[in-house]
Design a protein around this ligand. Structure first.
Ligand code: AMP
Ligand code: DBH
Length: 555
């Protein structure tokens, strides 16, 4: 396995192969086989292009040859930062076939994140859409090639000076999957949500990821007749392989990419494209529910909505069932590190609406433990630990973090607090990791704090989650200031922008306090800060509703 990764111990490797969880094929072989079974069917489409399975294979072949022509070789890394588009599918397959490892970066990432990823991975290339949502990605990528020694090539999805056009014509050559690759080798890197400082790279192998995508397709009843809408960032594990794009390609279904996340647009697309499967976060589900009735009706033919990434309120789950009586509401509790839990399509409403389901695989091993690592009593809550045929054994190039995040016998400590109910389903009750879950996007508190304390005015900073009706949580920054200094929310956000931090990580509220509440070992008491912001918001809310009640009275 690639240097810097933790291989599965040999007895597990043998067992997963022997018991058929892993197969002796690479992702490009598996997708090629699926494609060749029905070359004329539609595989992928976005707002501007549609490719059949045969055309997808051909475009992937061509992209692979472009990558190779410019010097990318097996085992080298490429940062892939594309919006939801057909080229994402072709490029990923091209990488899997060549053995070049894509690092799945979010389109929202800016200089700080990309620089970090490129340096950590010694990436040789970056692939982007030249421009997306008003941001010049090609320009930033070009600048990074001048600053980061390993980074030499910028590929783009359309012609643009000083980048390499992925669509550049290359002569026909051997088809995809003609060469044997190693199924147990790293196929791609996903990103962790990050709890300690910066996000970690998650190495996923061909064999484990294929199993992940295929099994997820089975529990979501995703088949050749299915049509999935990818509106979450396709680089994210949920949209990529749970079952997402990859599960759909393997099943022979149709993937429709959307870059537009507005509810009314999505409803129109769902209707026009006869979408059957919608993976989404609770935030998106709520905006769909809030559409006017005539737009909501456009979802009547949708069969399965799979909701996850952050807690789905039980009330929202029931609202979904009432709004679309023909719709199956499915919950998923997943993580890029591996473990996926789903409610099953035939679960009773009570299970589907109030639990986050159970592990995907019979070979998933889970433990619920107390602070000392002892299994808690049935029905009690504790930290979830997991191990299995598609859960990693270690982050890439992170030996110290691995000692904390994995037990000596290979369980991943998820940082999530769960309870197992009598039906064997998991209920996520909280988390012990220092993170903000903003509409499913994870923000590492420590990462943002490290930027904040670089500000001249700031002497200490602590970032905590505050509750939000739509996004679930938003980030609030508590800071103490140096004598005589001042700081306002807008100045703070401008500062973070200038540091090249992705916008979704910028705290949306700032509280300047006199001193940080500290434990006797000098750690910030974040629970206290969370209570503090909750109380402040509550007071403001009461003041506001009190005011409006008065207004009402006067009227
Ligand atoms: P990521 O690090 O981006 O892969 O996010 C994985 C984390 O998202 C999990 O460890 C949970 O904290 C959170 N998560 C995912 N799905 C759910 C869900 N259905 N309910 C609550 N939390 C979730
Ligand atoms: O939040 C996640 O990371 C997530 C949620 C649902 C995930 O990785 C997944 C499904 O695969």
């Amino acid at each position: 396995m690639l240097d810097g990764c933790t291989p599965y111990p040999v007895e597990f490797r043998e067992r997963y192969l022997r018991e058929g969880y892993w197969c002796a094929e690479t992702i490009s072989q598996a997708v090629s086989a699926s494609a060749l079974a029905h070359p004329e069917r539609i595989a992928v489409a976005d707002a501007s292009r549609t490719l059949t399975y045969a055309q997808l294979l051909e475009e992937a072949r061509s992209f692979r040859d472009v990558l190779a022509k410019h010097g990318l070789q097996r085992g080298e890394r490429i940062i892939v930062q594309l919006p939801n588009c057909v080229e994402f599918a072709s490029l990923s397959l091209a990488c899997f076939d060549l053995g070049v490892i894509p690092i799945m970066a979010l389109p929202a990432f800016r200089r700080a994140e990309l620089e970090y990823l490129a340096k950590l991975s010694d990436a040789k290339a970056i692939a982007c859409a030249p421009e997306y949502r008003g941001f010049d990605h090609a320009k930033l990528a070009g600048e990074l090639t001048k600053e980061i020694p390993s980074l030499k090539l910028v590929f783009s999805t359309s012609a643009r000076p000083s980048t390499i056009d992925l669509h550049e014509p290359v002569p026909g050559s051997e088809p995809l999957a003609a060469r044997q690759g190693d199924p147990l080798e790293v196929a791609l890197f996903l990103l962790s949500g990050g709890t300690t400082g910066l996000p970690k790279l998650i190495p996923r192998t061909h064999a484990d990821y294929l199993y992940n995508a295929r099994e997820a397709a089975v529990v979501c009843a995703l088949g050749a007749e299915s049509r999935i809408l990818i509106v979450l960032p396709t680089e994210h594990n949920f949209a990529l392989a749970s079952p997402g794009l990859l599960g759909t390609l393997l099943a022979g279904g149709v993937t429709i990419f959307s870059q537009d996340t507005r509810a009314a647009e999505l409803a129109a697309t769902i209707s026009r494209e006869r979408i059957t499967h919608l993976p989404c976060v609770p935030t998106l589900a709520i905006t769909l529910l809030d559409l006017p009735a005539h737009e909501r009706r456009q979802l009547d033919a949708l069969r399965i909505i799979t909701v996850g990434g952050q807690p789905l309120q039980q009330a929202t789950a029931y609202r979904l069932k009432r709004a679309w009586p023909g719709l199956v509401v499915q919950q998923v509790f997943g993580m890029a590190e591996g473990l996926l839990c789903y409610t099953r399509l035939d679960d009773r409403d009570e299970v589907a609406c109030s639990t986050q389901g159970r592990p995907l695989s019979p070979a998933d091993e889970i433990r619920t433990v107390d602070g000392a690592g002892r299994e808690v009593a049935p029905g009690e809550s504790g930290e979830l630990w997991c191990r299995g045929p598609y859960t990693i054994r270690g982050y890439y190039r992170a030996p110290e973090r691995n000692l904390e995040a994995f037990t000596s016998d290979g369980f991943y400590r998820t940082g999530d607090l769960v309870r197992r109910d009598s039906s064997g389903n998991l209920v996520v009750v909280g988390r012990i990791k220092d993170q903000i879950n903003r509409g499913g996007e994870k923000i590492s508190a420590e990462e943002v704090e490290s930027h904040l304390i670089a500000h001249d005015a700031v002497s200490a900073a602590a970032v905590v989650a505050m509750a939000d009706e739509l996004l679930g949580e938003r980030a609030c920054a508590f800071v103490t200031l140096k004598p005589g200094a001042s700081l306002e929310l807008e100045r703070m956000r401008e500062f973070l922008a200038a540091r090249g931090l992705a916008r979704y990580k910028w705290p949306e509220r700032l509280e300047v306090i006199d001193s940080m509440p500290l434990t006797n070992v000098g750690k910030v008491k974040k629970a206290e800060l969370r209570r503090d912001i909750e109380m402040r918001i509550d007071r403001e809310h009461r003041r506001k509703t009190g005011d409006s009640a008065n207004t009402h009275h006067r009227a």
